[in-house]
Design a protein around this ligand. Structure first.
Ligand code: ALA
Length: 481
């Protein structure tokens, strides 16, 4: 930490550096958050003294809890007890709440009557569960794109999957998948609903039809898509969907796998243990049917109830309100970044319109680089000097970032990601844009450590909250994988 990589410039950000995008279009729908989230008024310390309202542009990693979700959890906590295991009143309430949550989550994603809703820890857990359920999973039996998050790549890689390189357009991508499925049969096509790096959505309807035409099933990694768009298994024909509570405003440790019963019913239990069985004898066990078959151990009733409350709240907002709010903010962000010299955004499939806010096939997730500054430094600067929270690095999508590096989009193989959600507002986008314009104009006003030390601010006078201060040394450096 003794070698300092970046020295402060003499000039401090000046008010005239602030980017002030034309705010007429979409202002109505972006001036306020669409729903109340916990932490909306959080104030964070800045390295040069003082504090700022925290601008959370990291929804794609983990979204804050909705107020309605936190309220429901507070209602449940006094009744917290065992699920499927106790005779007490609180236990009966929790069992009922857990099963009601399962049903609500299934309704939210349009589960078919015979689909199974399995409560997991998160999307990664859900996809690993499905990987263990693919029947006769022989090498080559699963096909996926090269743009996937590791959660939707590593479980299949372990099975010996076939990888299709996404094409330069959505149509070319569909054609590449079609060629792969035609070359040899597959049991399963695994595809993201929306890239966690670019926010772009693959054409799910076409890919679903394609998979089915070739006798394969399709699983959608909905971790990014579900918080932004309504998904219906029944209407779309998608066979399996996985998503996480912590990205859907319910950060209480639950995730979901929803989908066709037969594979899940005949698969070996994901976890062996209590609750997943009908009868155990020494040397022989009769396993329960799904979903209990895959939910051994005490279930996370708080997480399940929280996730169901999030589903209910998001559904009540209506799909049009969610996408209108997000499109206006994304347009503002896209146009604002394009106006800053030296900022480049990552796109898999640049739209004919130039990638503005009119592209319906993008969610509010966008990754960029700033010429002359490593991604990790930009992210540290945004946090330390402006109170803006983003994620940098390779976003658990190393093959995709390697492609962007090979294409010259990123010099250091990494990017800076800004992601939006229900609590976002125009002012948040403007704070990011102003900070980036200032960086380009003046450089950082603080000193940052060397690359190997993660470009953390040096010194870093920002105190941790009192309740944590005695247990930890200081703000932790991120793991930017
Ligand atoms: N999968 C999450 C992300 O993309 C953590 O940030």
């Amino acid at each position: 930490m003794s070698i300092l990589a970046v020295q402060p410039s003499l000039a401090s950000p000046a008010p005239s550096d602030r980017v002030a995008p034309d705010t007429a279009a979409g202002e109505e729908s972006t001036a306020h958050p669409l729903a109340e989230v916990i932490g909306a008024d959080l104030t964070v310390p800045l390295v040069h003294g003082g504090a700022a309202r925290y601008v959370n542009l990291d929804y794609a990693a983990s979204a804050p809890a909705l107020r309605a979700v936190a309220d429901r959890v507070a209602e449940l906590l006094p009744l917290y007890s065992s699920v499927h295991r106790g005779a007490g009143y609180a236990s009966a309430v929790c069992t009922s709440a857990y099963e009601a949550a399962r049903a609500e989550i299934g309704r939210f994603v349009g589960a078919r009557d015979d689909d199974v809703v399995i409560l997991t820890r998160n999307t990664t857990d859900a996809l690993n569960l499905l990987a263990a359920a693919v029947p006769g999973a022989a090498p080559g039996g699963v096909v996926h794109l090269d743009i996937e998050h590791h959660a939707n790549l590593l479980p299949w890689q372990r099975l010996g999957s076939r990888v299709v390189q996404a094409g330069g357009t959505r149509a070319q991508t569909v054609a590449a998948v079609a060629a792969e499925l035609a070359a040899a049969p597959a049991a399963l096509l695994a595809v993201t609903g929306a890239s966690n790096v670019t926010g772009e959505c693959p054409p799910l309807a076409e890919l679903t039809a394609l998979a089915h035409r070739h006798g394969a099933r399709i699983v959608v990694d909905g971790a990014q898509l579900v918080p932004h768009r309504r998904v219906s298994l029944a209407a779309s024909g998608v066979d399996y969907l996985a998503f996480s509570g912590h990205k859907l405003y319910a950060p209480y440790g639950a995730g979901v796998l929803v989908g066709r019963r037969d594979w899940l019913e005949s698969a070996p239990p994901y976890l062996a243990g209590g609750g997943a069985v009908r009868e155990v004898r020494l040397g022989r066990t009769e396993w329960a049917d799904a979903p209990a078959r895959h939910e051994a151990g005490t279930p996370n009733v708080i997480g399940a109830v929280a996730l169901a409350a999030a589903c209910r709240t998001v559904a009540a907002l209506g799909p049009d309100a969610v996408s209108a709010h997000e499109r206006a903010l994304l347009g503002r962000l896209t146009e604002g970044l394009a106006a800053i010299d030296g900022v480049r955004t990552f796109r898999l499939w640049p739209s004919a319109s130039g990638g503005g806010g009119d592209d319906l096939d993008r969610i509010g997730v966008l990754t960029f680089t700033v010429d002359g500054y490593p991604a990790a430094l930009v992210a540290q600067y945004l946090s330390a000097e402006h109170g803006v929270g983003v994620r940098d690095g390779r976003f658990c999508a190393h093959p995709l970032l390697a492609r962007f590096a090979a294409d010259g989009v990123t010099a250091d193989g990494a990017g800076v990601r800004a992601s939006l959600g229900l609590g976002s507002r125009a002012e948040d986008v403007d704070r990011l844009l102003a900070a980036l314009a200032s960086l380009r104009a003046h450089g950082p006003a603080w000193t940052y450590a060397a690359p190997e030390a993660g470009y953390v601010p040096v010194p870093d006078p920002r105190a941790l909250p009192d309740w944590l201060a005695s247990a930890a040394a200081g703000p932790a450096a991120p793991c930017s994988a």
